[in-house]
Design a protein around this ligand. Sequence first.
Ligand code: HEC
Ligand code: HEC
Length: 591
Amino acid sequence: MQYLETQTMFGSFVRGLHHTTSHLMLIGMVMHLLMVVVSAAYRRPKEVTYWSGLILASLVFGLAVTGNPLPWDQKGYQAYQIETSIVGTMPVFGPTMKTLLIGGSEFGSLTLTRLYTLHVVVLPVLATLLLAIHFSLVRREKLMSNCATKRGVDLPIVALPQASSGADSLPYWPFQTSRNLLVFFILMLVATGVTLFGPRLFSNPAGTAAELELPPNEITLQAPADPDLPYLARPEWYVRPLYELRHMVPSDREVLVTGALPLVIVILLSLVPFYDKVVGQMVGRGLASILVLGLIGGSAWLLWYGWKNDHADPAFAKAKSQEQALASRALWLARENGVPPDGPVALLQNDPRVRGPLVFAEHCAGCHTWDGHDGTGKTKRELVDGVDRPVAGTAPDLAGFGGQDWLSAFLKDPTGPKFFGQTDQIKGGERIKNGEMRKWLEENVKPNGPLEDRHVRAVAALVAKESGRGDASGFSEEELKLGQEVFSGDVMNAQGEPLEFAQCLQCHSLKSGDPDGAGSGGLSPAPELDGYGSIAWLQDFVRNPGERKFYGKKNVMPAFDTERLSDRDLDLLLRWMRGEWARPEVQKNAP
Ligand code: HEC
Ligand code: HEC
């Protein structure tokens, strides 16, 4: 599907047309049923036609349900999970039917093969057979009724609907055929329009662009199915009423909704041709019409009710725009690099921009924050004295870690809430909070010490350069030189007198911070700053933060070995933290 959508000429359009017309088909089917009932076209001798129509309708429904998950995108996959779970709660055959529909007890490639076979072989063959029967019945009845009137024999039980007695005088071909063709073309025009412009109307370009820094994109295909990615599952609209009802009853009675109700509806609809016999033609037709109108009205109300509830929830809008961002990200990656041999799921699973935040949320967000949230945009909140506020991390906020801004903010306020301010909440962490950096700030930076803002920013630039981050380049020679002077304690004031302050070099080693290039050597009592914030430094750090060259005995962060955090996930995490992921041309210069 990703290939069809991004690499094949007109692939997106053809797929979209299939999608649109499948929905139109269902709508058309409901309208057809309504017409049949209102015009009493189920009456003798058309009962068999009516019943064959009902079976056809359920086949079409089956085609929709089995076709929707075939793109194997998040939407279809998650909807099918809900739909099969509804089937599973039906009495007697439910669990067996569910196993049959899933192709086992769990979702997997068997599910897909099973669905595919049902959708392209079993159901179409059955539907074609039934269609042939349905049409031949329709034709025979037409002819029969025509014969009957022409001979002047009025069969009292055959109350012919207006249309067919009127058609008496006009042959089907070419009159009705041309009408059919006209309507067909109008519908195709509508379907084409919806396919081309619908997604643009329904997508949320603002959300997409903001979330993943991608240009607005027309989305029809959601991200490849992946249970690891967040997705708010909802069934398709034609199952939605049942889903809403199911959530309205207590779970021990849900079988009333998922089992009994559909059964009652099917029975009531099947018995429609008999209503006349029991209560007379007028009342029978009235009852049948009320039944179908009631079903349509009730379903419409339930749809509206579900839609309203979803849209009243701000979390829903946020989740949807994130899903859309993932969808457009997957399409963009497929368009740029093609679909990987491992399958489309690898598109996002190997993407630092998508996988990185998830790894962060899982492993790091227990202590660290990312711009105040957990990497994926969720913020933990707490009530303090009746005020609802975000929970501060117990370890530094890592957004921008290793860049000049992050470093100078750290140096100006190492015990601020974004840095070591809450570290004392971890056992032993108070030694970091009240460590040398705090003292250094208190004694060496204005107002108590001689160092000014520009000194701090310069030394931050010097250290930031170590990271090799995209946004830590292009510092001026002058700034870097001043940084080196601060690092090695060699700064003069305007009068040419040396400033008195504690140089970084006495505690940290950094070759580029030492005019001799020696970098003071291995026994420094503070984290080593050579390569600070680079992939290699970060890898070493996360694998073993208690190493001597990092926090040594002071360390309170857990070490992440390969068992806990795979090399692949660590790599994706670090590349995301450093802002290294493929992005569209216009954005290439952004960090
Ligand atoms: C149990 C809490 C905890 C978890 C979980 C944790 N850290 Fe830390 N992290 C800390 C603390 C506390 C420090 C301060 C230094 C120390 O104790 O070694 C720190 C320091 C760091 C630093 C150095 C930054 C600085 O300001 O000194 C980096 C980088 C870092 N952590 C990355 C990570 C990553 C990446 C993860 C997830 C894989 C992670 N941490 C998980 C608590 C944690
Ligand atoms: C007196 C020794 C000392 C001096 C001087 C000092 N530091 Fe530190 N630095 C530490 C210690 C110890 C830590 C670990 C946190 C703590 O205990 O305060 C640290 C932590 C840091 C960190 C965070 C390391 C990490 O893992 O994220 C950075 C960055 C840093 N220092 C940069 C500097 C710079 C730049 C200077 C000079 C302007 C400097 N330090 C001066 C001792 C020192």
